[in-house]
Design a protein around this ligand. Structure first.
Ligand code: SF4
Ligand code: SF4
Length: 301
């Protein structure tokens, strides 16, 4: 059993309890304009160019047999992505790690071996492994196999999901995980479509269905100034969440510009948008709002 992964991060502390290993599944049916991990959106591998590491030596251009790379006047390497076949020769030729291909196949055994390296930290911190993305539900069989393998090894598992997918798959996977991190972005359906590309109808009905399983759920709310921090959205979220019994906590995740450089590396800056990060007072206000309604709240994950 193999799946498509774009990153595995050790010593993660924002995506579930304790010290964790985050496994990032590649491919997501949503297209949030503020995405922090844009290399996780496409279901295909992608070439990433890092100009800040590049020595302008041209080795990558000479290595490419497909004429997909060239240099601008100032020496900056640019890619013709139509011509690129993702052979990886330029990656091998670059001594500065200034080119990467985001996303490759991993077997369940490979992922487990990578995660197991940090077992001692899990035991000391109450941590474990978080399957995130991208959208884990988009690779259901692979994720099911991973969850089963981690369960057999007694590792704590968290599943981080947008909630967008068939209810049957959501319930099957969440039932195998110890903790569910569930993203809730915008309550108004029209606005949700405008900013994420999909309706929130299935997301909300899936969250209700998940609630009946009785698994602990942490709601992940990205605070995007001017998009979803208005009183109407917060009130609607609170109304909805007060009707559920499994929500243990709301994580308020202030927008940051961490994804912007990645849009550029992927040559996809036109597909995403740049927002202003919220000032601390705005974050405090949102945190207080949820707290006053009786929720346990944490800034960050
Ligand atoms: S081989 Fe690497 S350092 Fe040299 S031009 Fe290409 S990307 Fe830049
Ligand atoms: S991955 Fe292969 S085809 Fe694509 S730019 Fe690099 S060398 Fe050329």
């Amino acid at each position: 059993m193999k799946g498509f992964i774009f990153d595995i991060k050790h010593f993660a502390i924002h995506d579930g309890p304790g010290i964790r290993v985050n496994v990032f599944l590649k491919g997501c049916p949503l297209h949030c304009l503020w995405c922090h991990n844009p290399e996780g959106v496409s279901f295909k591998p992608e070439l990433m160019l890092m100009p800040n590491r590049c020595a302008r030596c041209g080795d990558c251009i000479r290595a490419c047999r497909y004429g997909a790379l060239s240099q601008k006047a100032e020496g900056l390497v640019v890619a013709d992505r139509e011509k690129c076949v993702l052979c990886g020769d330029c990656v091998m030729a670059c001594s500065r790690q200034a080119i990467e291909i985001a996303g490759r196949e991993w077997s369940v055994e490979e992922v487990v071996a990578e995660v197991e390296k940090d077992r001692i930290f899990f035991e000391q911190s109450g941590g474990g492994v978080t399957l995130t993305g991208g959208e884990p539900m988009a690779q259901p069989q692979f994720v099911e196999s991973l969850l089963e393998a981690f369960r057999q090894r007694g590792l704590h598992t968290a599943l981080d999901t947008s909630g967008y997918g068939p209810e049957e798959i959501l319930l099957r996977l969440t039932d195998m995980a110890d903790l569910i991190l569930f993203d809730l972005k915008i309550m108004d359906d029209k606005k949700h479509k405008e900013y994420t590309g999909v309706s929130n109808r299935f997301i909300l009905s899936n969250l209700k269905a998940l609630d009946n399983l009785g698994k602990p759920v942490w709601i992940r709310w990205p605070l995007i100034p001017g998009v979803n921090d208005d009183e109407a959205n917060l009130a609607s979220m609170v109304d909805f969440l007060l009707g559920l019994k499994s929500v243990q906590m709301i994580n308020v995740l202030p927008y940051h510009k961490g994804g912007v450089e990645k849009f550029r590396r992927l040559g996809r800056e036109k597909e995403f948008a740049i927002f202003d990060p919220p000032d601390p007072e705005k974050v405090d206000k949102a945190v207080d709002y949820f707290k006053k309604k009786g929720f346990k709240v944490k800034r960050g994950g």
